[in-house]
Design a protein around this ligand. Structure first.
Ligand code: MLY
Length: 265
């Protein structure tokens, strides 16, 4: 279909480049996802990272698992890569002399936890250890540059992976901006954050890549002309992505969604 998102065209249209895969803490070949819905594992409670809980795989999306903590409700699902250090096989906790904890917001009486645990694990399918992949090493340095494109998790809607641009770089931190969206979803993270991926990640893993937003026009990168200018005080110039040059394809995309004006006769 013609209005589908294609990185190749998009990079050309925006005059931008994808951040090199060596910039990311991700495997060059994405890890295989061999988990199945219904399998159980141990996971750090995202709302209380020091406690390790039982989780069930409730969905598979690319190299990620949609997880739900046993004893919790369905409104606190979270997503983890199969090579995330936050997940491990059932039994790991016990082997290390720890106890599996009830999740934050455990719905039943705390005294019922030991029996609940017994019942939830009894007869369940436990994900075998071979499905858990080793976390890739950190790249030694932050090599991201302003203007580079990538795929990034929208932390406010963590099932979504979206086209994004490096908006700023400060030491080990990078600023993730979402293409076509006004700043509301942007965030700072470490360069070795596991929530960001090189261009093409979703195509390789089979995860869903969202199309860019249509809130603000997609702008053509002028990073080259910027860097050739004499260095000015930081923040005295608009950042490259904020300089609006509406691209033809974006106009087409927008016009197909334009609502009729209220005063039409
Ligand atoms: N329902 C939300 C989704 C916004 C997602 C923005 N991400 C992709 C940057 C909304 O429309 O506001």
């Amino acid at each position: 279909q013609s209005d589908e998102f294609h990185w190749e065209n998009y990079l050309k249209e925006t005059g931008s480049l994808g951040a090199p895969s060596e910039c990311f803490r991700q495997s060059k070949v994405p890890p295989a996802n061999e988990f199945k819905v219904g399998m159980k594992l141990e996971a750090h409670d995202p709302r209380n990272m020091t406690s390790i809980c039982v989780a069930t795989v409730v969905g598979i999306t690319g190299a990620r698992l949609r997880l739900r903590l046993d004893g919790s409700d369905n409104r606190n699902d979270f997503w983890r890569l199969v090579d995330s250090p936050d997940i491990q096989p059932i039994g790991t906790c016990e082997k290390e002399g720890d106890l599996l904890q009830p999740p934050l917001g455990y719905q039943m009486n705390a005294s019922s936890w030991p029996m609940f645990l017994l019942r939830t694990l009894n007869g369940s399918e436990m994900a075998p250890a071979t499905l858990f992949k080793k976390e890739p090493p950190k790249p030694p340095l932050n090599n991201f540059k302003v203007g580079m494109k990538l795929e990034a998790i929208d932390k406010k809607n963590p099932y979504m992976i979206c086209p994004a641009t490096i908006g700023d770089v400060k030491g080990d931190e990078i600023y993730i901006t979402f293409d076509g969206w006004s700043g509301a979803f942007d965030y700072w993270c470490k360069y070795d954050c596991r929530d960001i991926f090189p261009v093409g990640w979703c195509r390789l893993t089979g995860d869903v890549l969202q199309p860019p937003g249509t809130q603000v026009p997609i702008t053509k990168s002028i990073a080259k002309t910027q860097s050739s200018l004499p260095k000015a005080a930081p923040h005295s110039m608009p950042s490259p992505q904020k300089t609006a040059i509406i691209l033809p394809t974006q106009q087409i995309r927008k016009s197909s969604r334009i609502k009729p004006p209220l005063h039409t006769s």
